[in-house]
Ligand binder design. Structure first.
Ligand SMILES: [Zn+2]
Length: 350
């Protein structure tokens, strides 16, 4: 069996959610193509949609309850090992005992609750919108039936109300045909739509990074260290670049290192992590001064890391990253293709 990594366990999560998304898409196509006006038909659709949304929430919360503790503990175990091998004089707690402390239980409970709450609120709002879509469709079908009947009886029918309502319905329908079953209110108060799987991926990744940060901060306290170091992968994100590779003081009281004003995740989908640094180890290896100068922006090159590219060589003057770094930008949000596939057939453009 392949080693369990955040990437492969997140891909198992998105695969499951993608299946649910496909089932919802089948339902959406039913909605888009049906001329049924009966309550029993539309109640059935509503029931099916409710079950699928509930399944998505269960998939996400089971995944979170299993994987957030797993990677939280794995990070602590690895860091204890690292401290033990790189600096023997520091008393390091025994992992199997240390991990049972209350501080970890509380940290994990908060992480899990928060991740689930975020995903549940997105699916709840998406579900409400979806039910609105199917009720709007039922009303349109009723209206259309009436218009057709009037015309058959030789009367004039006002089609403009029908057209306006249909346009509203179709705008919403398009989002769902794109597989975007999650709705959120963004910073500007506008509704944003996301796919079940890509949104889960975003929340899961961000929460796993949060779990390593919280665990590392707890461990730093556990071994009596005040310092943590931000990982480095020559990021193309200007905000993150100012912290990359640097050592920060958690209390803000260390004379050699700046206060940790920000810790990862610096933004959704951030890949940065932190590790515990033992100050005595820096003294013993003679890297304290260089690390301190680097953290305080006195030098641009990260000590002992040849692959590190200084931030001023990484970005253009305008603050944009140079072309060679554009491939570091990973856009993991795929657009759904259902609307492209079915859009013409269903004639939802009118
Ligand atoms: Zn980052």
């Amino acid at each position: 069996m392949a080693k369990k990594t955040p990437t492969n366990s997140i891909s198992l999560l998105t695969k499951k959610l993608n299946k649910i998304e496909k089932q919802l898409n089948d339902l959406t196509i039913k909605i888009a193509t049906s001329t049924d006006t009966t309550n029993s038909f539309w109640n059935n659709i509503q029931r099916e949609a409710t079950i699928l949304y509930e399944e998505a929430r269960i998939v996400f919360s089971s995944w979170t309850k299993l994987n957030v503790p797993f990677f939280y503990k794995k990070n602590i175990q690895e860091q204890i090992k690292k401290i033990k091998t790189s600096f023997r004089n520091i008393p390091v707690p025994l992992f199997s005992k240390y991990i049972n402390r209350d501080i970890h239980k509380q940290t994990l409970a908060a992480l899990i609750n928060d991740a689930i709450a975020v995903y549940v609120s997105g699916t709840d709002m998406g579900q409400k919108q979806y039910i609105r879509l199917l009720r709007q469709t039922q009303q349109l079908n009723v209206l259309e039936k009436e218009i057709n009947q009037k015309l058959a009886e030789g009367f004039q029918a006002n089609k403009s109300v029908f057209g306006a309502k249909k346009k509203l319905r179709n705008d919403l329908l398009k989002k769902f045909l794109d597989g975007k079953y999650i709705s959120l209110v963004d910073k500007n108060g506008e509704i944003e739509h996301w796919q079940l799987d890509t949104y889960a991926e975003l929340v899961a990744r961000t929460k796993l990074i949060q779990a390593t940060t919280d665990g590392t901060v707890n461990l730093a306290l556990g071994v009596g260290s005040d310092l943590v170091q931000v990982s480095s992968h020559n990021t193309a994100t200007p905000f993150d670049a100012q912290f990359e590779g640097k050592i920060f003081s958690l209390s803000g009281k260390d004379p050699d290192f700046p206060a940790a004003a920000f810790l990862p995740p610096f933004h959704p989908n951030c890949q940065h992590t932190i590790t515990v640094v033992i100050k005595e180890a820096l003294e013993v290896t003679g890297t304290l001064k260089a690390q301190s100068d680097f953290a305080n922006d006195k030098i641009g090159q990260m000590p002992n890391r040849k692959s590190f590219i200084p931030v001023n060589k990484r970005f253009t003057k305008a603050g944009n990253f140079t072309k060679s770094f554009s491939n570091h930008l990973v856009n993991s949000f795929g657009e759904g293709s259902a609307a492209k596939k079915f859009g013409n057939k269903l004639n939802i453009g009118d």
